[in-house]
Ligand binder design. Structure first.
Ligand SMILES: N[C@@H](CCC(=O)N[C@@H](CS)C(=O)NCC(=O)O)C(=O)O
Length: 212
């Protein structure tokens, strides 16, 4: 099994994004659940991701970390799942644009907002995301009157952006704007998203039950 897929994750993490993507791809994969304080910081896992963070994905002897990179990698590794426009296709422009917009500006703006950080007016020009409001307005406009971000079909860019929106709305770091809610509700109802949720929710519920 040289090309075995292994997901390193914790069910209460961005690893949920990678699992959703794996479920969309539909290939068999194994899961290694790591504990934040112990196994995630142990030498065996630091050899996979020196950041001591999840998710990470192993595919045979290749390792990819970063949720967005995992999604992009899987889309290209399994083109039959049709989760990205083929390399060279003009639609690749929109695909890269939204994938990187989510991994960069959205992620940074939302994380800074969660910590209560306000960009001083005179420094907005040097911050990659400018302001949270600019990022949210750009995203809202991109999703208004459109089912998908890239052409007219679901891609890994939708999955990654939608997951960010879902987490953000859940943790109140992204406003529940109608365009976001509509997009989240429609995409999170996909069978692969439901399967991923079920697989990640089960161990969380079991842990909570054991602790009560
Ligand atoms: N930029 C990384 C962020 C990964 C990340 O921060 N993961 C968190 C959980 S959501 C983590 O593993 N935290 C454990 C730690 O930093 O000790 C990605 O997008 O995958």
């Amino acid at each position: 099994m040289a090309d075995k897929l292994v997901l390193y994750t914790n069910p209460q993490s961005r690893g949920r994004i990678a699992r959703w993507m794996l479920e969309e791809v539909g290939q068999p994969y194994e899961t290694e659940v790591l504990d934040f304080a112990t196994t995630m910081k142990a030498p065996a896992y630091l050899a996979i991701n020196p950041m001591g963070k999840v998710p990470a994905l192993r595919h045979g002897d290749a390792v990819v970390t970063e949720a967005a990179a995992i999604c992009a990698y899987l889309a290209d590794a399994f083109p039959q799942a049709k989760l990205a426009p083929p390399p060279g296709d003009r639609l690749r422009a929109a695909y890269y644009r939204w994938m990187f917009f989510a991994a960069g500006p959205i992620e940074a703006a939302v994380s800074n907002k969660a910590l209560g950080f306000q960009v001083p007016r005179e420094r907005e020009g040097m911050m990659g995301y400018g302001t949270v409001e600019r990022v949210m307005k750009t995203l809202e406009d991109a999703l208004s009157n459109k089912d998908y971000l890239v052409g007219d079909s679901f891609t890994a860019a939708d999955l990654y952006v939608c997951a960010q929106i879902g987490f953000g709305m859940m943790f109140n770091t992204i406003e529940k704007r109608p365009a976001f809610q509509k997009y989240w509700q429609r995409l999170s109802a996909r069978p692969a998203a439901a399967r991923a949720k079920e697989k990640d929710d089960a161990p969380v519920a079991a842990k909570q039950k054991a602790a009560s």
